[in-house]
Design a protein around this ligand. Structure first.
Ligand SMILES: [Zn+2]
Length: 225
């Protein structure tokens, strides 16, 4: 897969396939609002699809077709990379990609996490902590941050083509949303998931390496003190 450090990406689930298609299909140089609208529409669509597929049916004959819940990603994440002028005014130059949290049993996840570490070496530097009941690299964020380097490289090429000077500032915006919704929630705004401790450390390291500022938009969902 173009844009990843290893060039490799294993498609072993519906969500891996959607990541691959969306990473290729997302348009370039669109506004942050358009990228956010795309991820919300995609997230709502997937949440509805899997809520329907995993709901127990009263008809026994249909129960056997129920989708196994552990194979459903719990979160979707979007990372938008934007170029700004020295006074932080947004330019029209931007890229974005969408990713998902890992699913499945431990052995399968371990294989995919190894691939994630190859594609995002900073991930290998994050140490597991007591009291956190998920593994480093399991979240949706590592899948999108693995594309940050190539997105800024492509943006740099665009800026050169536009004969713009090199005084751009880099601003990255990340938003992770909860994909697990019940019926009543489908008509409500999607719930944001602030970065976990692992992802916060990862984002800090990657942003430093890429010389960019990164904003977690899910903080907007946090309740005021
Ligand atoms: Zn996380």
């Amino acid at each position: 897969m173009q844009g990843l450090t290893s060039g490799g990406y294993t498609v072993s689930s519906f969500f891996n396939a959607v990541h691959l298609v969306v990473a290729k299909a997302l348009p370039s140089n669109r506004s942050l609002a358009e990228y956010i609208a795309i991820v919300i529409l995609l997230g709502k669509l997937i949440a509805r699809l899997f809520e329907h597929m995993s709901t127990p049916s009263t008809a026994d004959s249909l129960n056997s077709h129920k989708f196994p819940v552990p194979l459903i990603s719990t979160s979707i994440s979007i990372l938008a990379c934007l170029l700004c002028t020295p006074d932080w005014t947004l330019s029209p130059l931007s890229r974005a990609t969408v990713g998902f949290s890992l699913t499945g049993e431990k052995k399968r996840k371990a294989k995919l996490m190894k691939e994630r570490r190859l594609n995002l070496p900073s991930l290998g530097l994050i140490e597991a902590r007591e009291g956190i009941n998920w593994d480093v690299g399991n979240c949706a964020e590592p899948e999108v941050f693995a594309h940050m380097g190539s997105m800024y490289q492509n943006l740099g090429n665009d800026a050169q083509t536009a004969h713009a000077d090199g005084a751009w500032k880099r601003l990255s915006v990340c938003l992770t949303l909860n994909l697990k919704e019940g019926k009543d929630e489908h008509t409500m705004p999607m719930k944001g998931k602030p970065l976990c401790k692992y992802c916060r450390e990862l984002v800090e390291n990657v942003s430093k390496d890429m010389c960019c500022q990164t904003l977690d938009m899910a903080f907007l969902d946090e309740e005021s003190p």
